[in-house]
Design a binder for this molecule. Structure first.
Ligand code: DMJ
Length: 538
């Protein structure tokens, strides 16, 4: 690697402060929680959102052009209302053409399902959209979703192999979040039924779960492409929030016990130079291939360590210590500045080789570092992580504005000739991923710098312009050309994540306040345990 890629001494961290509350200690009283559950009754007297001047989207017709959207939407409330209209547009098309299917094919105008969902009509878009509909106050749509779930959501009929990770973050996460917002126990029953079907995955010598479950056969297996039968770090490391919350609500420790075993293995295993490789063999408890990444295969493992600490109201100090150590190693070994403009980025490591590439997925670290900064009591450490969040937010922004569409690619690289751009055609697509706007949402909440709202709006304008089709929103195959080719999939995480973060960035801070709620990796908010959040929703 050229010398220029060597990491200039970025700030070293101080030791974590000791301001955590010990387990069992009483947490300080939190300020009054202002955001209230919205019901259909509440909304009766509410005036309709002001009509958007010249808005063709009013009747869900054709997309607005860039000039209309750029000039007529200076007010946040107008921007927020526009996002709500985008939600309605995606939702109504899903309802019309694909109701009950996992996802919508907006060009073909029919249902779609990916292999991660097994074979079944399990309404992933409905469950993923549920809390977003509720938060946006789209109560008729919310009631339709609730009704479908109550009557139809049933995984016992699913054949083929279900992804444990995806089923957890989208379905169990979506249902538990809906419970957190409404106290409707139907959602808990549904979540529990699904979690119980996933149990065969945990029957391994180490307790590290397998990736896939066949519900009909009650068997589990790993992806056949994963290093010698290994389980994936980001998959088995992204169960804790949901499983702990489920145990908490059902007063049954079976789910959290599984998490304790995973934690034990990860805590005690020797790391590789302080780093966690993405592959771990569930039979032997040994690492597989030494691939390290904060993008695909690693990402939300780090997120859930931090969020386990946050959701426990800072009591899960073991998770925070594991997080601190893991991030310290990542900063030392994989944080670089680009040669051209000193853009900060996290590279990947494959064995001893550094790959100077960042995935769109990896931009989630912006939100993670921002919320970490907000929760650190040590001012130096807080400042350090805010700076890291700002720098990477800027890099992810560069990956967006260096394209023709102002939408960022799936992966972008840093070489002598390339800076924050995709190099191969295979990396130029965009599938409605949320990580970049997720990061800017957190940055807005934490810094109040208007640029983050403006960056979000620019991305919204682009998605409206290039991803909207007559039958819903679609991914695009190449973000570097304005003559877009659509991939014909409206991903369920458009509803769960992209539209939710976009709505929230243009809302007041007391709509899902960050000191009361922790978002799972699919943007489903769970109440901070032991806080007054649950009570305040009543
Ligand atoms: C989502 O399902 C989740 O955010 C997950 O953690 C990563 N990938 C997608 C969206 O890109």
């Amino acid at each position: 690697m050229p010398d220029q890629f060597a990491l200039p001494a970025l700030h070293r961290l101080q030791q974590p402060d000791s301001g955590h509350h010990p387990l069992g200690a009483e947490s300080p009283r939190r300020p009054e929680f202002r955001w209230k559950r919205t019901t259909r009754e509440d909304r009766k007297g509410e005036s309709a959102a002001p009509p958007i001047p010249g808005s063709a989207a009013e009747n869900l017709g054709s997309p607005l052009n860039r000039i209309d959207l750029k000039s007529g939407y200076d007010q946040n409330s107008d921007r927020r209302d526009f996002i709500k209209k985008m939600m309605k547009f995606g939702w109504e098309n899903y309802k019309k053409y694909a109701w009950g299917s996992n996802e919508l094919k907006p060009i073909s105008r029919t249902g779609h399902s990916a292999s991660i969902f097994g074979n079944g009509e399990t309404g992933a878009s409905i469950v993923d959209a549920l809390d977003t509909l509720h938060i946006m106050g789209l109560m008729d749509e919310y009631e339709d979703a609730r009704q479908w779930i109550a009557m139809n959501l049933d995984f016992t009929k699913t054949s083929g192999d279900l992804s444990v990770f995806e089923t957890n973050i989208r379905f169990i996460g979506g249902l538990l979040s809906a419970y957190g917002l409404t106290n409707d126990t139907m959602y808990v029953d549904k979540a529990k039924a699904i979690a119980n079907l996933l149990m065969p995955a945990f029957e391994t010598p180490t307790g590290i779960p397998l990736a896939l479950v066949n519900v009909q056969r009650k068997t589990a297996s790993n992806w056949n492409w994963a290093s010698g039968g290994a389980s994936i770090l980001s998959e088995f490391g992204t169960l804790q929030l949901e499983f702990d919350y489920l145990s908490n609500i059902t007063k049954n420790s079976i789910y959290s016990d599984k998490m304790a075993r995973i934690r034990e293995v990860l805590q005690s295993i020797q790391k590789v130079d302080g780093l966690y490789p993405n592959y771990l063999n569930p039979k032997t408890g040994k690492w597989g291939q030494h691939h390290v990444s904060v993008g695909a295969l690693g990402d939300s493992f780090y997120e859930y360590l931090l969020k386990s600490w946050l959701i426990s109201d800072h009591r899960d100090v073991q998770a925070k210590q594991m997080y601190d150590e893991a991030i310290d190693a990542l900063e030392k070994k994989l944080l670089f500045k680009s040669e051209q403009n000193q853009l900060w980025y996290f590279a990947e490591k494959k064995g001893s080789r550094i790959e100077h590439k960042m995935d769109h997925l990896a931009c989630f670290v912006v939100g993670m570092f921002a919320i970490q900064s907000k929760n650190e009591k040590n001012p130096e450490k807080s400042k350090h992580f805010l700076e890291l969040a700002e720098k990477i937010a800027d890099t992810c922004h560069e990956s967006y504005i260096r394209t023709e569409t102002h939408i960022g690619p799936e992966s972008f690289r840093f070489t002598r000739d390339a800076e924050a751009v995709a190099v191969s055609n295979r990396e130029k697509y965009y599938i409605l991923r949320p990580e970049v706007v997720e990061g800017w949402f957190y940055m807005w909440r934490i810094t109040k710098n208007q640029k983050y709202r403006d960056w979000c709006w620019d991305a919204a304008v682009s998605v409206e312009q290039y991803c909207r089709t007559d039958g819903g929103y679609s991914g695009i195959r190449n973000v570097y050309t304005k003559s877009v080719s659509h991939d014909d999939v409206q991903q369920s995480f458009l509803f769960a994540e992209w539209l939710k973060y976009m709505y929230l960035v243009f809302s007041e801070d007391d709509v899902v306040p960050l000191d009361k709620w922790v978002f799972n990796t699919e943007a489903h908010p769970f109440p901070v345990r032991f806080s007054s959040a649950d009570a305040s929703l009543n």
